[in-house]
Design a protein. Structure first.
Lengths: 215, 472
């Protein structure tokens, strides 16, 4: 098909337009003073939730989604008892909560995926995430509920600053995730959980001392 | 059959037309609210407009750079001059691997190329996975909107379709329940698929990356599960560098649906371990459009659909009335470039209100282009006979002051003398849903003369200040 390639490139070279419209460049938006409130509003507008918790014993403090059934009692802190979990977080092992056995996302229905995010974008509520493995990416899609954990100095003001922290040239795959999978294709009625997770919770581990670093 | 007759079929259902109009206007209002939250919105639009035009000026270099980068990362790059070459390449990739089950996420390009029927003829099952696209696929209809493919349907119709095809209980019309049904049906198809085909929102020359957005997550399920990912990309989708992406991604979802960003914005570069990524770069008329100075800026389009949502004609006539893959203002500019005679009505399916240009995130001068198409149509004499005669007559009359005066006087006299019902019929179709305004007794010229002489008569009694104001 190199003939197609050459033909197309030749045609493009022969019809080169000149619009004379110059880039002016943009000022990247500054971090808002109430960054956490803006981030929370954007995440909630996308159907997600934001939980800001201190690092110590954080798994006990987080409100976990993904109850297998409302009848199953919560096992104190931590995810609901019996939930099938894929976790990329050392504090919480993969497997069935309270009964740790490994597994891949396709093997069985997955209640909860817990993954690490790189940072969150205040302006739109998205979290930049780079899956460490193919399993991790599939878990993020096949689980009923998704939790993304970000840590410390984890906010950028807008997508401009976000792409300054990303290097696509070295990245086979990475994605911004914002709220759960959703559709409005039937009469514009919003439905969460179109194909992927029905809920997305962003957990921001932030020790009180770290608050100053954000301002 | 043209736009007008197809639109007639849509507006016959007044309840549906009203709902459609309001639903799309609501999306337009959400777009405004989202744009208002971005202080540098107008600068952002200008920057996006400049970057896209720069890309159109540098297409050969940018695609060569993209190809080298993508290959370095393990992707296989193909080039297709037209729809047929594109379909042959995709079908070949599938056949070589013995693949018979394919999931596809939304791509206006594969729609344009007629990929689905091509693959189905070869015994390959193609499942559209965007919910709206799945609905219209099950109904054997084309999408009626580039972002909301099933916006022309009411929930009851979706229920009937799912009853017929997925065993939904008759009468089911709850969007949650219908979506849940489609979700479980499609989940099984995702897991069984051997290949995923996607469109592309942005191809990045600098890094060889592809960016694809979705809200449902279907792009990602369709590429995370099967071994083979085929990405089909039109020549106009290239942007020079990674730093250009935020400019477009800040505009795209806000313009499309009023969201700050889509739920999933995925960046692919090359093949992942034990996977294959094939990129098919498609011309199919784009290089020809690039040679048309009056129309080539339409290649800057990022397919957000904002011009459809705001267009008073689109909102009231429905996407199917255009009879094209891409409807609405942008479709009415793009499609006549493919076949002017077949789409001769489309540049006229427009009130020249200018709303599309106000919302376009990349500042495509759509109204000017639609007007330019009308000029091309007139110059080539591609007009219905009635319009040709009417326009020639109007040109003769309007070119001469005396002609206008005589014809105006005659018209006013006739309208007053003839029975109202007869005049109404003469003025069809204008009077189908509205009455003619009352015809004034005298012309503007007469009124103006009368006013001038009255002003002269009272000038002596006036203050100088008043006269000064009138003079200004």
């Amino acid at each position: 098909m190199s003939s197609a390639r050459d033909a197309i490139l030749a045609r493009l070279a022969a019809t080169r337009p000149a619009f004379g419209r110059e880039r002016r460049g943009l000022q990247s938006p500054p971090m808002p003073a109430d960054a956490e409130a803006v981030l929370r509003a954007r995440i909630e507008a996308a159907g997600g939730t934001l939980q800001v918790v201190p690092r110590a014993n954080w798994t006990e403090r987080v409100a976990w989604p993904g109850a297998v059934s409302p009848d199953v009692p919560r096992s104190g802190g931590g995810p609901p008892h019996g939930a099938a979990i894929y976790s990329a977080i050392p504090e919480l092992p993969s497997g069935s909560a309270g009964n740790q056995a490994g597994g891949t996302p396709e093997d069985a229905p997955l209640d909860l995926a817990i993954l690490r995010g790189e940072f969150a974008v205040v302006e739109n509520g998205a979290v930049w995430q780079v899956p460490r493995s193919a399993h991790e990416r599939r878990a993020a899609l096949l689980a009923e509920h998704l939790v993304l954990v970000i840590e410390g100095d984890a906010l950028v003001a807008s997508l401009h600053q976000a792409y300054e922290r990303i290097d696509l040239a070295t990245l086979a795959f990475g994605w911004f995730l914002c709220g759960p999978s959703k559709t409005a294709d039937i009469e514009q009625a919003l439905v969460l959980g179109a194909h992927g997770p029905r809920s997305l919770s962003v957990v921001w581990l932030r020790d009180p001392a770290a608050t100053n670093a954000i301002a | 059959m043209g736009h007008v007759s197809r639109a007639r079929a849509f507006v016959a259902d007044a309840e549906r037309t009203g709902w459609h109009d309001q639903a799309l206007w609501f999306v337009r209002a959400k777009r405004d609210a989202a744009a208002d939250l971005v202080p540098d919105w107008e600068a952002l639009r200008s920057e996006a407009a400049a970057i896209k035009r720069e890309a159109l000026e540098r297409l050969p270099e940018l695609w060569i750079e993209f190809e080298a980068q993508a290959r370095r990362a393990g992707a296989v790059v193909h080039w297709a001059r037209d729809a047929e070459e594109h379909n042959t390449i995709v079908a070949g990739l599938l056949r070589e691997r013995g693949i018979t089950r394919v999931v596809k996420s939304k791509s206006m390009l594969t729609e344009e190329c007629g990929l689905n029927p091509h693959l189905e003829r070869q015994g390959i099952e193609v499942v559209d996975t965007d919910l709206g696209e799945r609905i219209v696929q099950l109904r054997h209809e084309p999408p009626s909107h580039i972002v909301m493919p099933a916006i022309h349907l009411r929930r009851g119709e979706v229920g009937e379709t799912f009853t017929r095809t997925m065993g939904a209980p008759p009468g089911l019309d709850d969007p949650d329940a219908l979506t849940a049904l489609a979700r479980s049906d499609l989940r099984a198809r995702f897991l069984a698929a051997q290949a995923g085909i996607t469109g592309v929102n942005f191809a990045v020359a600098e890094t060889g990356s592809l960016v694809v957005v979705s809200n449902e997550g279907n792009v990602d399920l369709g590429t995370a599960l099967p071994r083979l990912h085929i990405a089909c990309v039109g020549l106009e989708k290239i942007v020079p560098a990674q730093r250009d992406l935020p400019v477009f991604l800040r505009l795209l979802a806000r313009s499309a649906t009023g969201q700050a960003i889509s739920a999933y914005t995925s960046h692919f570069r090359g093949a992942m371990p034990e996977r294959e990524l094939h990129v098919v770069i498609v011309d199919n008329g784009r290089s020809r459009l690039l040679a048309e100075p009056e129309f080539r800026e339409a290649l800057a389009c990022i397919r957000c659909g904002a011009c459809l949502n705001t267009c008073p004609v689109y909102r009231r006539s429905g996407g199917h009335s255009y009879g094209t893959v891409i409807p609405g203002p942008i479709g009415s500019v793009l499609e006549p470039a493919r076949d002017l005679v077949a789409h001769a009505e489309l540049p006229h399916a427009c009130t020249l209100c200018g709303s599309c240009a106000e919302v376009c995130p990349v500042r495509i001068p759509l109204p000017q282009q639609l007007l330019a198409w009308r000029g091309v149509l007139a110059a080539r004499g591609i007009h219905p006979r009635r319009r040709r005669i009417a326009l020639r007559l109007a040109a003769e009359i309007l070119a001469r002051p005396i002609g206008l005066r005589l014809f105006g006087g005659l018209g006013r006299a006739l309208v007053r003398a003839l029975p109202a019902a007869f005049v109404d019929r003469l003025a069809r179709p204008w009077t189908r849903q509205r009455a003619l305004p009352p015809i004034p007794a005298s012309s503007f010229r007469t009124l103006w003369k009368r006013r001038q002489s009255a002003a002269r008569a009272s000038a002596g009694a006036r203050d100088a200040g008043d006269a000064g104001m009138e003079g200004g």
